[in-house]
Design a protein around this ligand. Structure first.
Ligand code: BGC
Length: 505
């Protein structure tokens, strides 16, 4: 009897041990599967410097093609008709309306007439109500015009506007626009989640001015510009060595100063200063050298603009968190390391860039921020430290790729204008050429200004691509509100009062 009992106990112990071992083996297998998913992601996102240089070359080639003819490249290389930038001699009070993301802002800027003398600026910011992002152009512009009117009334505090000069406005509209002149242009398509169908193909300033008339506000739009162009204007106003501007925020884009003779498709237009700012719309850049993953493909297919804005979908703030969400969802479906699959993981764009940055930059030993965001945003709780570390790693891979690609884009522009030390268009320079000119790139957008890891990765990659000798001459300079103030400055530089042209290059 005793022997039987011992035997049963031994069997039971074996069974328990078997269960434990089985569980361990299963959990190890699951972990292995998750690690496999991570490895696959890492490999697909790799951006060694050789690959980045291929992207640089492709960017420069596409720039040439886009400048040669309309539709010559996915890079639209849009004419802006901005052929002179603010010099610092502008005087007067100008308004600006900055529309292009989740918020829109109205500004009133007083210019004092000496370089860098912005006497005062008042800004009011408002979120765009979600329903207006997909409603009608009339609803959208009526909302904007009435907000602008309220702002003007508050600013002018009942005083009579000057009867000599109408109020002038710089309209910054940060979507792809085919400009007809410096103060008019047609919306080509929407990006960044906007989709107001009746507006595509319409002239933007006409729609705003009609709404201004409906609201009874006497104001004229002196310029229609993109945020990258506004940033270039402010950058150049602050530092005359500024040759390009880059936005890396909700969306991404770049613009730079191009010689008139290089803009083949512009022939026939009068360019008084010998060069023009070109709005690249680089968000739509595409090259087979871009490291694309299955997550990018799915994100693109499920977006409102498939096959469009491929570069933007790998780089900008609106998309990065969504790539991370997709990776976590896949891991969660392949194993239970995140517990039961959370329904939150299926909500597009639930993980926004600030959350991604907060998880990535969480330096607490227990990764408390990661834990909090997983719990509060994705409703994933009780995950081990090992799993939280995995989440940080996913953020790192996705962000590093984005930042390095943005750096390659910048180097592509520098190559096109002969400022990458390789000789480029200007010819004849060597990497160690002491004559290499100081080259400033104005930069804006929350991903760059508020996400330090992103910024560090971008700088690191630019140094790798250009080499230290050349990189030391290239300065990335954050401008404060170029999309708003730059619009007002350009309104001043192009107002009816007129200013001197300036040689830009
Ligand atoms: C738009 C650009 C804009 C950029 C940054 C992109 O989605 O197409 O026109 O400059 O976002 O706001």
């Amino acid at each position: 009897m005793g022997k039987v009992a011992v035997g049963v106990a031994a069997l039971a112990a074996c069974a328990v041990a078997g269960v434990v071992v089985g569980r361990r083996v299963r959990s190890r297998r699951k972990w292995k599967r998750v690690v496999g998913v991570l490895k696959e992601l890492e490999e697909a996102c790799e951006t060694p410097v050789g690959r980045l240089r291929q992207v640089v070359d492709a960017m420069a080639v596409e720039m040439h093609a886009g400048l040669a003819s309309e539709g010559g490249s996915k890079l639209k290389m849009l004419l802006t008709f901005v052929d002179h930038l603010p010099t610092g001699s502008e005087i007067g009070t100008y308004y600006a309306l900055d529309f292009g993301g989740t918020n829109f802002r109205v500004l009133r800027v007083q210019l004092g007439g000496r370089r860098s003398l912005i006497l005062s600026q008042d800004v009011e910011q408002q979120p765009i109500p979600q329903h207006l992002m997909t409603s009608t152009s009339e609803d959208l512009f009526d909302f904007i015009a009435s907000s602008l009117k309220q702002f003007v009334e508050k600013e002018e505090n009942g005083s009579e506007p000057s009867s000599v000069r109408a109020r002038e406005l710089g309209l910054t509209f940060s979507f792809p626009v085919r400009q007809l002149s410096i103060h008019s242009g047609i919306l080509i398509k929407w990006t960044k989640g906007f989709s107001i169908e009746d507006m595509v193909g319409k002239e933007v300033v006409g729609l705003l001015e009609a709404a201004l008339v409906r609201s009874g506000l006497d104001m004229r739009a002196a310029v229609l510009v993109n945020d990258a162009v506004g940033t270039l204007a402010l950058g150049h106003y602050d530092d005359a060595d500024t040759v390009a501007a880059v936005i890396i925020g909700t969306g991404t884009n770049a613009c730079y100063l191009e010689r008139a003779d290089a803009i083949i498709k512009c022939q026939g237009h009068l360019i008084t200063s010998g060069c023009m700012a070109v709005n690249m719309e680089w968000g739509n850049f595409w090259s087979s050298h871009l490291p694309r993953t299955s997550y990018d493909i799915d994100l693109d297919l499920e977006s409102p603009n498939p096959n469009d804005q491929g570069f933007e979908k790998m780089i900008s703030g609106i998309y990065l968190g969504d790539i991370v969400r997709r990776v976590i969802l896949r891991m969660s479906q392949e194993s239970d390391i995140f517990g039961p699959v959370s329904s939150r993981l299926s909500i597009p764009f639930i993980l926004q860039a600030p959350l991604l940055a907060a998880m990535h930059e969480d330096d607490s030993p227990e990764l408390k921020e990661v834990d909090k965001i997983l719990k509060e945003t994705l409703e994933i709780s009780e995950v081990s430290l090992k799993v939280r570390k995995l989440v940080v790693r996913i953020c790192d891979v996705v962000t590093r790729r984005a930042a390095r690609l943005a750096a390659a884009g910048i180097a592509g522009i520098l190559k096109k204008i002969g400022r990458d030390g390789s000789g480029g268009v200007a010819g004849g320079r060597s990497r160690s050429d002491p004559e290499m000119r100081r080259t400033v790139v104005a930069i804006e957008g929350g991903l760059y200004t508020r996400y330090m890891m992103f910024r560090e990765y971008l700088h690191e990659a630019l140094n790798e691509i250009l080499g230290e000798d050349v990189a030391q001459h290239v300065i990335l300079k954050v401008t404060e509100d170029g999309s708003g103030i730059g619009g007002a400055l350009l309104a001043a530089a192009n107002s009816s009062s007129g200013v001197d042209n300036v040689q830009l290059l």
